[in-house]
Design a protein around this ligand. Structure first.
Ligand SMILES: [Zn+2]
Ligand SMILES: [Zn+2]
Length: 651
């Protein structure tokens, strides 16, 4: 039987000498006759015990070594389950911290959580860690895994814990304990390393079977620029080698699809230190891609009864105060001054849309009003989170506000959900839906929040859409439905949101005259479908690996001559295809055809149109797809029809 008390006397455990001795005897007696959960599972004949990392007792996760108080609802947590993987990954971070402490004397430990697919730990060391340090740390970790040290839990009082970490010269741990303010805390020890932790953990380090360290990065202590810069080491960990290998393969594939790399290769966009962080410059090929998407958006919105509107880029700060943005969103906003008057650059498009609504007297017969804007917004994001097109400081939202009667609300939410469904099908995305509820920092009455949350949930229930609840993740003015896209690699991306709001109409005194001749307050929906256009393009690049379907491709076809004799025919064709509004380029260089084909393939152009002597004589072309497949010879008209049909169907 694994026994807490006796294991703490192991000689390499630094804390054992300090605090254990007096309690061991007492605890041993108190625990006599109690079963550990591991024994309980053994008695029940649970299968695959070597894959069980922890248990759930009455809904609560616990260590295998913990003792039972007569509880019977004990469920095993297997390594391959979501919870099992989290415990495994978090335990791997403890093992990494132990390895780093043994290899780099004087290093100070901070925090080391599990994250998606793996874990990290932040260290404070005299120099930042480098990629070259990783193999050595990995090797040390393997030694620790091989030694199969048990993870031993110990509770301490606040005072004992502070004293312990002071004696270990671990100021960050002391700070964490002081901030926790709890009477008692728990610590976990494996081998020579003890960490403050709530647990649970794997029973011993030998359970960590498949891991790899992946990268190093800088991170401020507590994400605060004024605190020390720490050195973060990332790793991935899985239940077995097979799962790890599959993950590494997916990473490799993701790297090939990286939108920043492809953005340069396909000449779509660039970023410049001289311009500023979080801003993008669009080159002609990226510019046309944006234009196609914007045109698509406008058509789809007009079809669904939206009006196209446009508001100014900067609005008086007084108005931002009235909306609640100043109070709740100021840190993310930029301000400027004109004629001694303060103005805020818009981080959202809502305010102008409300002014449009308020510019006339509205009757119930006018509702719903749907205002759509491709709205350029600026938000201050910390420099550390900026990344390619995915996180910017300046971006364009496909934003709309729907103002309707409370009775129309369900129907309008359903309309937006249908809109999302139709659009995502065009791009080939599946998605999950989540409902985010009231955050701590928010405006509006409890009653309004409840009404709004209920409306969103009702729309999901009525349409039999599966969803999850995200507690406390709503916008400051209302709850929302978040749409999480799944791309070709199975990665999830947050794009569309549908937010329900009763508060802003109140603050801006919006009204309509109902059948009873009285003034009533409309309900308001804020919604985006693609979200930030720039970010959506980043996701599309990775989703399609740069090989855009024809309707989106910046260059849809390229003319490739076999010899110079074919140039005159090529020039006629070029003009005719341009005339037919096909985005076409030409490569009439005196180079080998195979080289021209290879270059066009790297540009991921859907159609390569080969022009040899036969094509010139018979006045046509032979299209070759980027997959390498050749279509039969066709007349110019046939090809134009073919590609027009493809564009019409958005393929
Ligand atoms: Zn831990
Ligand atoms: Zn809005």
């Amino acid at each position: 039987m694994i026994h807490l008390g006796c294991l703490f006397t192991s000689k390499d455990c630094a804390m054992s000498e300090m605090t254990i001795s007096s309690k061991t005897q007492e605890e041993t007696e108190k625990n006599a006759g109690r079963l550990s959960v591991l024994e309980a599972l053994q008695n029940r004949g649970v299968k695959g015990l070597d894959r069980v990392l922890a248990v759930r007792v009455n809904g609560e996760l616990r260590d295998l070594s913990s003792l039972l108080n007569g509880e019977t609802a004990v469920e095993p947590v297997y390594a391959e389950s979501e919870e099992g993987l989290e415990i495994l990954r978090h335990s791997a971070s403890h093992v990494m911290a132990m390895a780093v402490k043994e290899l780099f004397p004087g290093v100070k430990v901070t925090i080391g959580p599990a994250i998606e697919n793996g874990f990290y730990y932040d260290f404070d060391y005299e120099r930042p860690f480098r990629e070259e340090d990783l193999p050595k740390i990995e090797e040390k970790m393997r030694e620790i895994v091989k030694a199969d040290y048990p993870f031993i839990r110990k509770e301490m009082t606040y005072r004992e814990a502070v004293e312990f970490f002071r004696s270990e010269n671990e100021p960050y741990k002391v700070e964490i304990i002081e901030d926790l303010g709890a009477d008692r805390v728990s610590l976990y020890t494996q081998g020579s390393f003890t960490d403050l932790c709530r647990g649970p953990h794997v029973p011993s380090s030998g359970k960590i079977k498949a891991f790899q360290l992946t990268k190093v990065a800088g991170a401020y202590w507590r994400g605060d620029e004024r605190r020390p810069m720490l050195s973060r080491i990332y790793g991935v960990a899985f239940q077995d080698q097979k799962a790890l290998k599959e993950h590494l393969k997916r990473l490799e594939e993701a790297k090939k699809r990286d939108h920043v790399r492809l953005g340069t290769q396909l000449d779509l966009f660039s970023t410049h230190e001289e311009i500023g962080a979080g801003m993008v410059v669009w080159h002609p090929k990226g510019g046309i891609l944006r234009h196609v998407l914007e045109e698509f958006e406008i058509r789809e919105h007009l079809k669904r009864g939206y009006g196209i509107v446009k508001g100014p880029q900067i609005l008086k700060t007084e108005l931002w105060k009235r909306s609640g943005h100043f109070e709740n969103y100021r840190e993310n906003m930029y301000f400027t001054e004109i004629d001694q008057q303060s103005y805020g650059i818009k981080p959202m498009n809502c305010l102008s849309h409300m002014m449009i609504y308020n510019s006339a007297l509205r009757s119930y017969r006018d509702l719903p009003k749907r205002y759509f804007e491709l709205g350029l917004v600026h938000r201050h994001e910390r420099s550390g989170v900026l990344h390619g097109l995915l996180r910017l400081r300046e971006f364009t939202q496909d934003d709309a506000h729907i103002l309707c009667t409370p009775e129309q609300l369900d129907q309008e939410i359903k309309g937006v959900l249908d809109f999302v469904r139709d659009v995502m099908a065009i791009f080939g995305f599946e998605y999950d839906l989540e409902v985010s509820t009231r955050p701590q920092k928010s405006i509006g009455s409890d009653e309004d929040w409840e009404r709004a949350t209920k409306a969103l949930i009702k729309a999901m229930e009525d349409n039999r859409l599966p969803y999850q609840i995200n507690e406390g993740d709503g916008a400051f003015y209302g709850p929302k439905i978040d749409v999480k896209l799944k791309d070709a690699l199975g990665r999830k991306w947050q794009c569309a949101t549908i937010q329900c709001d009763f508060t802003l109409p109140e603050r801006f005194n919006l009204s309509y005259i109902d059948r009873d001749g009285q003034k009533h307050r409309p309900a308001m929906i804020h919604r985006v479908i693609l979200g930030a256009l720039e970010r959506f393009i980043g996701i599309l690049i990775e989703h399609y690996a740069g090989a855009f379907p024809t309707w989106l491709a910046p260059v849809q076809a390229i003319l490739l001559t076999v010899t110079d004799r074919n140039i005159p025919h090529g020039e006629t064709l070029l003009r005719n295809l341009q005339e037919a509004e096909i985005r076409v380029e030409s490569d009439f260089r005196n180079e080998k055809l195979s080289l021209k084909v290879r270059e066009a393939q790297l540009q991921k152009i859907p159609y390569m149109l080969i022009l040899g002597d036969r094509e010139c004589q018979d006045e046509g072309l032979t299209p070759r797809l980027r997959s390498g497949k050749n279509l039969p010879f066709m007349k110019e008209k046939e090809f134009i029809q073919h590609i027009h049909e493809e564009i019409r169907q958005r393929r």
